[in-house]
Design a protein around this ligand. Structure first.
Ligand SMILES: [Fe+2]
Length: 180
């Protein structure tokens, strides 16, 4: 049975452009299938392998990052008015997809989620971008996925990619502190 991506990420409904909304859902559905995961696995796939026995799921993290991005956008728009331009549809799409490549970067071995051999060669910014390209996501969303993490540090991020990059780390560093 196909995963209900809207149920996983209700924020997807805030994407106004219908074709973009359905492409975002298609990428998640495809990643779940290619990664060999089922609906039941999604709650227990950790968002990072850098926190031992991480209790925060990829779905929780993705939702929190998306909501953080929206909150940042709201403040920036309110503070700077028309002097800053943020594409909300692109922002939400890129936030929901920024870590989708982790479904290929990770695998399960003896009941434990670990790095896959594929993931050793290609971290999630690369696999996520490839999945999104396959489903015809616009270049800015591909850019956000590809540039959101450390690999993107050498390039020039667009506004939406800067927001998702910082929202991602805000939703990582404090949670890692708990385990140090
Ligand atoms: Fe992330």
């Amino acid at each position: 049975m196909k995963t209900d991506v809207t149920e996983l990420f209700p924020e997807v409904n805030q994407i106004e452009q219908e074709s973009l909304r359905s492409s975002v859902k298609a990428v998640w559905e495809d990643a779940i299938e290619i990664g060999g995961w089922t609906d039941k696995d999604l709650d227990r796939i950790p968002f990072t392998l850098l926190i031992p026995d991480c209790k925060f799921s990829l779905v929780e993290h993705t939702r929190a990052v998306t909501r953080t991005c929206l909150a940042i956008a709201e403040v920036l728009e309110e503070a700077y008015g028309g002097r800053i331009s943020i594409d909300r549809d692109v922002l939400i799409a890129g936030a929901i997809l920024h870590d989708v490549g982790k479904l290929l970067e990770y695998t399960e071995q003896a009941g434990k989620v670990v790095k896959s051999s594929f993931g050793t060669l290609l971290r999630h910014p690369f696999s996520g971008q490839a999945l999104a390209f396959k489903h015809g996501l616009p270049p800015k969303v591909l850019h956000m996925i590809a540039y959101h993490s450390k690999e993107g540090g050498l390039g020039k991020r667009c506004v939406e990619a800067i927001i998702v990059h910082h929202a991602d780390f805000v939703n990582f560093e404090p949670l890692r502190l708990e385990t140090l």
